[in-house]
Design a binder for this molecule. Structure first.
Ligand code: CTP
Length: 402
């Protein structure tokens, strides 16, 4: 059964030669049970007419921000809210730049700025325009804002050039819209709060020096993103990393293990707590208030003290323990054996263990090969990209919490 049944789609048709395909798109979406309302930009109206959009959708076609008639019948704010999804096809470089910059000089851009609804963009333009750094910057901004993309495809363009910039085919856009609604329906972690730690911690020696480790934070950030895409409300307690915050995740930046400990407890209660961070085992108790001068004090003696074990402090809570506590174990030998012992010692429910010996290339790399250790023993997962490990783990967590 189509996921489009009963869905309201606002279709914004930009000014490109592919605008005529938007008419077919409207029909195909309606065939699957959606209702479609059209906005035609000034540029779009150079290629197709409001009358054809209105005739095909069976609804009024909106074109003008300053039209007294349109505003009286349906204000642009209402127009932007009375939809389950806004689809822009074709989306021109100009319209994407307006969106990325938050401009609102015409009806389409105003609606896009005023909306609180999800937006899917199907770009179409000349390949050079697509490849231009300005367009690529805008795409990055829009993706960061949670905008969904379908296409463009590569091939022969209307201008005669070959490259990326063809509007995705109508069935591809329809599939993407179907996929969007089926993902929306598939939010098994909706209503669940998950606290997750990621990245390294930095333990200051003095104002300019610190003790750190090689953790990139990549795996933890991927897991936070995967959990959020399943609908979880994720609090990501992050050590210093260069990772981008995943869409929909609440990020709390900390530096030291003690700050991470406090931030984790301040963000409880949670349904699950996932400890991916590579927490420094020690901090420097005699941290210098000023930069230590080697000509004055010579080689310093660092007074190292143990950091709180954040995972154990949550796993042993007698009141308000999350129902699932997951630890990670980065080992360089006897991986499963050490990790299983760690699970018992820290009283967590699961341990995700991996071998981080230099020859595996896992630390800082894009792939991971993990063993999931539960009360039922160890499962060996294949070596796969870190985002796939994250999805697999998020699915398992969803199953466990449901
Ligand atoms: N962990 C934590 N707080 C710490 C140390 C570790 O929350 N102070 C968490 C890590 O995020 C990870 C798990 O505990 O999920 C295991 O971390 P690891 O550094 O391997 O554990 P250690 O107790 O330091 O074990 P060892 O040094 O003996 O390998």
């Amino acid at each position: 059964m189509s996921t489009l049944i009963g869905k309201r789609i606002l279709l914004i048709i930009g000014g490109g030669v592919a605008a005529y395909k938007a008419l077919d798109l409207a029909r195909r979406l309606m065939e699957r049970g959606a209702s479609v309302r059209g906005i035609l930009t000034k540029g779009g109206a150079e290629f197709i007419t409001p009358l054809s959009v209105a005739s095909l959708t069976g609804d009024q076609c909106f074109t003008d921000l300053f039209s007294l008639k349109d505003e009286a019948e349906m204000g642009h704010i209402r127009l932007s809210r009375e939809a389950d999804l806004i689809v822009i096809a074709p989306a021109t470089a100009d319209l994407m730049a307006k969106m990325a910059g938050g401009l609102a000089g015409d009806l389409a851009s105003t609606v896009l700025l005023a909306t609180d609804k999800p937006v899917m963009v199907a770009p179409a333009m000349n390949a050079q325009m697509w490849d231009h750094p300005a367009t690529q910057r805008n795409i990055k901004t829009l993706k960061g804002d949670g905008i969904h993309f379908v296409g463009p495809n590569a091939g022969m363009l209307a201008c005669g050039e070959v490259g990326a910039g063809r509007l995705a085919e109508v069935p591809e856009i329809v599939d993407a819209v179907e996929g969007f609604f089926s993902a929306e329906n598939n939010k098994p972690l909706k209503g669940k709060h998950i606290v997750l730690t990621a990245g390294p911690t930095h333990e200051p020696i003095d104002p300019v020096r610190y003790i750190a480790n090689r953790s990139s934070g990549k795996q933890g950030f991927e897991i936070a993103g995967a959990l959020a895409s399943l609908g979880a409300d994720v609090s990501l307690i992050a050590g210093p990393t260069n990772c981008e915050t995943p869409i929909g995740v609440k990020r709390i930046d900390i530096e030291t293990a003690r700050e991470m400990h406090d931030a984790v407890h301040a963000n409880l209660p949670a349904d699950a707590a996932i400890f991916v961070a590579a927490v420094a085992d020690w901090h420097v108790a005699n941290e210098g208030e000023q930069k230590m001068k080697k000509t004055v004090s010579g080689i310093p003696e660092l007074d190292l003290r143990e950091n709180p074990d954040i995972l154990a402090s949550v796993a042993t809570l007698s009141d308000g323990r999350p129902s699932l506590v997951v630890g990670f174990a980065a080992e360089t030998e006897n991986v499963v054996e050490y990790a299983a012992a760690k699970r018992e010692r820290k009283t967590c429910d699961w341990i995700v263990a991996n071998n981080v010996s230099a020859d595996t290339g896992i630390m800082g790399g894009c792939e991971n090969q993990v063993h999931l250790i539960t009360e039922n023993g160890a499962e060996d997962w294949p070596r796969i990209p870190k985002d796939k490990v994250a999805q697999k783990l998020a699915d398992r967590i969803a199953k466990e919490l449901s």
